[in-house]
Design a protein around this ligand. Structure first.
Ligand SMILES: [Zn+2]
Length: 107
């Protein structure tokens, strides 16, 4: 896994500057049953705040003006929770709903 504080990168979803990006190995099985491997990158940005894990991490960064020695354990725990959430398999119902919205031109 690779973590970057990436203030120079814009969020693909909203265009604002992202606070942090994480790149990690990602694999899935395609429709023919073949295993496909790749790399996935996720960004921590204000527009991801619908996720409770992202919201808590963003709140710590905003309130505390970023991690320092005093809040490092809390930052590490919130970062770990966020990383676990973004690496989890997507909810199939949410994915289907998002696909329907995309086909309807709503995304
Ligand atoms: Zn964004």
């Amino acid at each position: 896994m690779e973590l970057r504080t990436s203030l120079a990168r814009d969020c693909a979803a909203c265009g604002e500057r992202v606070l942090l990006t994480a790149r990690f190995a990602h694999a899935w099985t395609n429709r023919s049953g073949r295993r496909v491997s790749g790399v996935r990158e996720v960004a921590l940005c204000g527009c991801t705040s619908a996720s409770p894990e992202a919201r808590l991490l963003l709140a710590l960064i905003a309130v505390e003006d970023g991690p320092d020695w005093a809040n490092l354990p809390a930052f590490a725990e919130l970062l770990d929770n966020w990383l676990r959430s973004v690496q989890a398999a997507p909810d199939p119902d949410a994915l289907r709903s998002e696909e329907e919205q995309w086909h309807a031109g709503e995304l």
